[in-house]
Design a binder for this molecule. Structure first.
Ligand code: FES
Length: 580
């Protein structure tokens, strides 16, 4: 059903602060005027909060102040009042123990930042992995008119003439050093060449995936995902976003209108087509939870099955985001989904119209970057959801990053109790392991790590790498960086730290993986599994105090999005009573 805009003019929520002659109204206007704002800016026009995740300790977002200025230009032009609002910026590359532990904290802060203050609409300036889902989760729980704009990816990296991608070549070079194919000095020399400009990771890692997800969901202007951070058209995107949010406020076009099952179906299929990150699974489940939509792992598996991976970008393919932009970017992919009958064409976007209208006329300018269907990287590119006695709640695998010869495999388990155990033993030449084994890592799930570290793509043992082997089956309750690759089974649920079956796997157990059958099986009897589970006790004491305790006590499993249980749902944007 087409969206019906609200009547305009009408009284907006910001007028609860600014509109009137009471002591409180004067208090709010007067304090704002210390910034030199003329009186007519408080006349009932839309007040737009520009939620800015700028931080110099979040290098992927360190250029966002420039884009905030461009958004402001657009808001002023359209007759709104823009206000800069810094929000919690979660950096993937710096935050410890893991950025994921703080996604929900950032979302909670964003939600209260919006609801508690004098805003009518929201622009979310995002970039690095967790900033995109955290801001959308918080905004969705408030449901004020909201639009996202990404910071954009870095320019291509090059090292000694070879294209190098953020993250992807970190893993590749690291393994090359272990295999004796690259010196440590060359590895250090390569580091500057990987990060040539402002922006987020230039591979189809989690940041680019999430930028694509919010575009496919309809939460950005069309074309947002791929424009490089330093391209002048990124500024244009920010400027146009500023103009658009003012009209969205007038129309009262909110996330709950846009974030429908149809929108999520489009996003899940888009993720398959771009070879997107497995992290998108967790983030989209969490975002859906904020608007009260049912979205499950089974939806992910079912919706992505028929979608070929056609975007030839690292880590699944060869190119980087810069080339994706030159080829036409995400609108070309969405058009291709539409032509293949795989798009909900009527899904509403922030434009106020159907997504199909945004993409129907775009052209593919490079068929080696956005591939024809018969040359797809994999014909069934959707995230695979595996189940079995080892992961009754589900586990995920990304087919475009996996090795075809390992998609059906039986092997002997080599078990690491946690990531420290893995680090301590993986380079031991005496470790009883070869390429036919299945590497198992425990206690790295949402509660176990805590925060669910991106360590599921454990590097292979050096003695295996030296044979020229580059992939083995790996299973864990951890996540994997979107820039990583391999036959890696992730997010096994329930996680080991909650007493899931992964917790009781032992060295020497036989594990069977069958991707086509969606099966992950620990080859022991039911009675033996039940006995081991009955004897299980938690490996670690829960944290005492602080956010770590709150997180531990309330975080849900990866299979439902790893949100905090009390943050799920939409609590709206009603204005609280005045306190002065
Ligand atoms: Fe920030 Fe990759 S580390 S986008």
């Amino acid at each position: 059903m087409a969206f019906k805009p609200a009547a305009w003019p009408r009284r907006l929520r910001s007028q609860e602060w600014f509109g009137g002659t009471s002591k409180d109204n004067i208090y709010h206007r007067s304090w704002m005027k210390n910034q030199g704002l003329p009186a007519d800016l408080f006349d009932g026009r839309p007040v737009i909060g520009i939620l800015n995740t700028f931080s110099e300790l979040n290098p992927c977002n360190a250029h966002l102040n420039d884009l905030a200025q461009r958004v402001k230009h657009g808001v002023y032009e359209a007759g709104g009042l823009p206000v800069d609002v810094p929000v919690f910026s979660v950096s993937e590359s710096g935050f410890r123990p893991t950025a994921m532990m703080f996604r929900n904290l950032a979302a909670m802060a964003v939600e209260e930042t919006i609801r508690g203050q004098q805003m009518d609409g929201v622009v979310c300036l995002v970039g690095c992995d967790k900033t995109t889902p955290s801001l959308l989760m918080g905004a969705a729980s408030c449901d004020l008119p909201t639009i996202m704009v990404s910071g954009g990816p870095m320019l291509n990296g090059y090292f000694r003439g070879e294209r190098v991608g953020s993250g992807t070549h970190l893993w590749k070079f690291s393994e090359a050093v272990k295999a004796g194919e690259m010196t440590a000095a060359e590895f250090v020399e390569a580091e500057a060449s990987m990060s040539r400009s402002p922006g987020s990771c230039n591979t189809m890692g989690t940041a680019s995936t999430m930028a694509s997800m919010v575009e496919a969901l309809g939460m950005t202007l069309s074309g947002n995902a791929a424009i490089p951070a330093v391209d002048s058209r990124r500024r244009v995107m920010a400027h146009l976003t500023g103009r658009r949010i003012v009209q969205m406020v007038k129309d009262d076009l909110r996330p709950s209108h846009i974030l429908t099952r149809a929108a999520f179906r489009n996003a899940v299929r888009t993720n398959a087509a771009i070879g997107g990150s497995t992290n998108a699974v967790i983030h989209l489940l969490a975002i859906a939870g904020r608007v009260g939509l049912p979205l499950t792992l089974d939806d992910w598996d079912a919706w992505g099955r028929d979608v070929p991976t056609i975007v030839n970008l690292m880590p699944s393919g060869k190119y980087l985001m810069e080339e994706f932009f030159y080829a036409g970017g995400l609108p070309v992919v969405i058009r291709r989904l539409g032509e293949a009958g795989l798009l909900e064409r009527d899904a509403l976007t922030v434009s106020g119209g159907p997504i199909w209208d945004e993409v129907r006329d775009v052209q593919n300018h490079n068929e080696d970057v956005i591939l024809p269907a018969d040359k797809a990287l994999t014909q069934s590119g959707g995230i695979v959801v595996l189940r079995g006695n080892l992961a009754p709640g589900g586990a995920v695998l990304k087919p475009s990053a996996a090795s075809p010869h390992l998609m059906q495999h039986r092997g002997r388990a080599v078990v690491f109790q946690d990531i420290d155990d893995y680090k301590a033993r993986i380079e031991d030449e005496g470790l009883d392991i070869d390429e036919t084994c299945v590497m198992v890592l425990k206690n790295c799930g949402p509660r176990g790590y805590p925060g669910m570290a991106e360590v599921g793509n454990m590097g292979l043992p050096p003695k295996v790498l030296r044979k020229g082997i580059t992939d083995m089956v790996r299973i864990s309750d951890a996540r994997m960086s979107g820039t990583a690759y391999g036959t890696v089974v992730l997010h096994a649920s329930p996680e080991a730290a909650r007493g899931g079956p992964l917790a009781v796997v032992r060295d020497g157990d036989i594990i069977a993986l069958d991707v086509a059958a969606r099966r992950l099986h620990l080859d022991i009897t039911e009675a033996e599994l039940a006995a081991r589970l009955a004897a299980w006790t938690p490996a670690a004491e829960p944290p005492a105090g602080g956010y770590a305790q709150l997180y531990h006590d309330h975080v849900e499993g990866a299979d439902t999005g790893a949100d905090l249980d009390f943050l799920k749902g939409c609590r709206g944007h009603a204005v609280a009573r005045e306190s002065h």
